[in-house]
Design a protein around this ligand. Structure first.
Ligand code: RP5
Length: 170
């Protein structure tokens, strides 16, 4: 088993239904990762231990998801110089998602968290893979292929629309 390069953490097991999308993308693209629950509020010591040991354990990037008063991504970023990608989650204790979006997005100067869209765990997985792709050529090539597949899917969709006789001016 190769050592994990990406750490995926979340504030609660209830976040897994969203965060699994990051894991699934990394699996698809062939990047080893680890995944666990680390709560900023309920297990603060575990959070400090996880973040402060992350670089020495070989991780290159951390994806952290949380809902409501979502302090996990920012606190993780405060304890490591690894890039941290934050996933705001619309959880059971969230008013409408804005609470977790703003908690993760509005970081003070000096401690960035790369924040994806609400429930945007797949994009977090893609962004983490792109970080790995900056130094790992095979991963970079697989990401290029992923972009081609996306482009082809959209091409198929507009071709099928054109078949109906609805023109566009491109
Ligand atoms: C946050 O509270 C977690 O990240 C989760 O999104 C939310 C609700 O947690 P549970 O009450 O479902 O454990 O800290």
């Amino acid at each position: 088993m190769s050592k994990p390069l990406v750490g995926i953490i979340m504030g609660s097991q209830s976040d897994l239904k969203i965060m699994r999308e990051a894991a699934e993308f990394l699996e698809e693209i062939g990047i080893p990762f680890e995944l666990t629950v680390v709560s900023a509020h309920r297990t603060p010591q575990r959070m400090v231990g996880y973040s402060s040991s992350a670089k020495a354990r070989g991780l290159k990037v951390i994806i952290a998801g949380a809902g409501g008063a979502a302090h996990l991504p920012g606190m993780i970023a405060s304890l490591t110089s690894l890039p941290v990608i934050g996933v705001p989650i619309k959880s059971s204790n969230s008013i409408d998602g804005w609470d977790s979006v703003l908690s993760i997005l509005q970081m003070p100067s000096g401690v960035p968290v790369a924040t994806v869209a609400l429930n945007g765990a797949k994009n977090a997985g893609i962004l983490a893979a792109q970080v790995i792709g900056t130094f790992d050529k095979p991963v970079s090539k697989r990401l290029d292929a992923f972009k081609v597949i996306m482009r082809k899917k959209v091409e198929e969709s507009f071709k099928s629309i054109e078949k109906k006789g609805w023109k566009n001016s491109l």
